[in-house]
Design a protein around this ligand. Sequence first.
Ligand SMILES: [Cu+2]
Length: 290
Amino acid sequence: MWRALKLALCVLACCCLLLCGRFGLAQSSSPAQTSNQPSAGHSLWFPSGASSHAVTVDHEFRTALWVLGILFVAGQLLLALFLLRSWRSGPSSANSANVAGNWKLEIAWTVAMAAIFLWFHISGAMIWSEKFLPPKQFGQVHVEVTGAQFQWYFRYPGADGVLGRVDAQKFARPDEGNPLGIDPSDPAGRDDIVSTAMVVPVNRVVQLDLRAQDVIHSLFIPAMRFKQDAVPGMEIHNHFTPTLIGEYEIACTQLCGTGHYRMRAVVRVVSEEEFAAWLKAHTESAEAGK
Ligand SMILES: [Cu+2]
């Protein structure tokens, strides 16, 4: 029993060392909040990260994978070891007799597991709050995202900087160019830009207000490590900062109906100048169309 206890403590010490090592690495390499370097992610399932918090999310994911993976493998090895010992000693051996529990081992193991899960809870909550609390930087780009079966719409305020009133039940006419139901009597909505692609400038905070017109949708941008549900009757705020120019896939990750599979879009991250030119061109065409 003592040999098993020593073995378990060794495994636990290795896991703690690994956890400390990973945490130390995170501090020394300092996941830069405005880094222009793509996060490598995981070559098997994550695309390269293209937002400021991608490095932190990937680090958290890899830490969880390694620590819990090692614990899982160690647990299975210990189980196999005990089975082997029991099998070798035979049914008549004293080793096969019933044994009482070891409360010291139970307490040590439980406290160690609780500490590991508490650590993941705290570090995960810190990443979560970073994305949900209002951004610290000024000059963010405001985009309203609306999910409707089976299309994403992205609305930008025009020159007045204010989004017009929306009443989807009263005014939504996709075939007449008003899929969101912008109230025609509200002057603030006359210069609003509605696009089926999200266009954002690089290195600026993108503040998203997520809404849904019919059922629950979920905006997933893998390269930005961004995922957020859009719920009817709610306006959910979230933000990210793109750090690399390029075009990235958007998908809906809530099964929202028979056309769910085609509810895709793109986010185009462009330079500041290109974004200003895009806004100007679309503001002019929005005003001309009203
Ligand atoms: Cu959907």
